[in-house]
Design a protein around this ligand. Structure first.
Ligand code: HSE
Length: 372
């Protein structure tokens, strides 16, 4: 059995990955070794009734013994370890959730329901580095991959509504603390029939603007508000998150950069773990909504259509409805007033599943299949 080294398995994405690997019985196919940046020598999690000893994650000799490494430890770890490991002569498969290597020529962004052929061709050509994509990009392509596959998208604008999970576990906790602080601030007021809603609103605003409001991680109130910037700043005015949309989409699809233009504003909202996106798509041809829905469904087994109806949209096309699910629903599909080649769509997907852990887990399977 192939030796697989797991790094960053205890964090949020790593924990989701571990749970999915257990569910899908991936551990039956590999010999796992658990690495740690802080607890070497302690006991590993139990797999098939057995534990082992946690190995130091910066131990290049130990990493070099692995056939496949999957890391959810983040870009600092990747930048620190990856090059040392390759320079040491290691020729194994590196499967990584972090963005550090994503746009490198030697790496493929892995999203096999969308780009399996590219992945398989790359394996034959000796590529060894497979990196999970940005969560919004992966989720957009899981939902709307069928339209890209049919080469119907001339350009698209994705306006995102991104959940707290994309920023990390401590940010999720702080979002809940913010919600709690707001709720507590009006606890005695909310049920007083003599108080008008504007008095309650005033108390909420005071709470959100007070120095006690918990925002050590977000820097600003997110609960009861939104944050219209995610990531660093690019010279052209895009945020880092916005820049990834076009660059990563084209790379995943195997296009030359810029082949399909994509842009939009990325916004953080107070959802927990599901990113949503509102899309405007300029299509290359005037295709009927029925055919568009068929193409979306043919794209991959996880995309689903929500009819463009009020109740269905509110019931099935929300972060609350799809948290914890691998289904990526697409709805609000209609031709826009602007013209019959302009399509609107809305999609939501679990940021920790298809947005992070699942493409890595499935990449492991693709590598194992390839190695026979
Ligand atoms: N950058 C994303 C976010 C994380 O902040 O939501 C997923 O790639």
């Amino acid at each position: 059995m192939k030796k697989i080294g797991l790094v960053g398995w205890r964090g949020m994405v790593g924990s989701v990955l571990m749970a999915r690997m257990r569910e899908e019985k991936d551990f039956d196919l590999v010999e796992p070794f658990f690495f740690t940046t802080s607890q070497a020598g302690q006991s590993s999690p139990e797999v098939a009734g057995q534990t082992s000893v946690l190995i130091e994650a910066f131990d290049i000799a130990a990493l070099k013994d692995m056939d496949i490494i999957i890391t959810c430890q983040g870009s600092n770890y990747t930048n620190d370890v990856y090059y040392k490991l390759r320079r040491s002569g290691w020729n194994g498969f590196w499967i990584d959730a972090a963005s550090a290597l994503r746009m490198k020529d030697h790496a493929v962004i892995t999203l096999d329901p969308v780009n399996l052929k590219l992945i398989q061709d790359s394996l034959v050509n000796g590529v060894k580095d497979f990196i999970g994509g940005n969560c919004t990009v992966s989720l957009m392509l899981m939902g709307l991959g069928g339209l890209f596959k049919a080469n119907l998208v001339e350009w698209a604008s994705a306006m995102t509504y991104q959940a707290a999970s994309g920023a990390g576990a401590v940010h999720m906790r702080e979002l809940i603390l913010q919600m709690g602080a707001i709720s507590s601030s009006v606890e005695t007021l909310i049920d007083s029939p003599e108080l008008g809603i504007l008095d309650i609103d005033k108390a909420v605003t005071q709470c959100m603007q007070s120095e006690q409001f918990p925002l050590a991680n977000w820097g600003f109130p997110l609960a009861g508000s939104i944050l219209p910037w995610i990531g660093d700043a690019k010279e052209n005015g895009q945020s880092g998150e916005e820049w990834k949309n076009e660059a990563e989409t084209n790379k995943i699809l195997g296009n030359v950069q810029g082949a399909i233009s994509l842009d939009g504003l990325c916004v953080r909202i107070g959802a927990m773990r599901c990113h949503s996106q509102a899309l405007t798509i300029k299509m290359r041809e005037n295709v009927s909504v029925a055919d568009i829905e068929d193409l979306i469904l043919e794209g991959n087994p996880w995309s689903a259509i929500v009819p463009n109806e009020k109740h269905a949209s509110l019931e099935r096309l929300t972060p609350a409805a799809i948290a914890g699910s691998l289904t990526v629903p697409v709805g609000r599909i209609r031709k826009m007033n602007i013209g019959d080649r302009y399509l609107s769509a809305f999609t939501a997907g679990d940021q920790l599943l298809w947005g992070a852990a699942e493409p890595l887990r499935r990449m492991l399977r693709v590598v194992l299949d390839y190695l026979g």
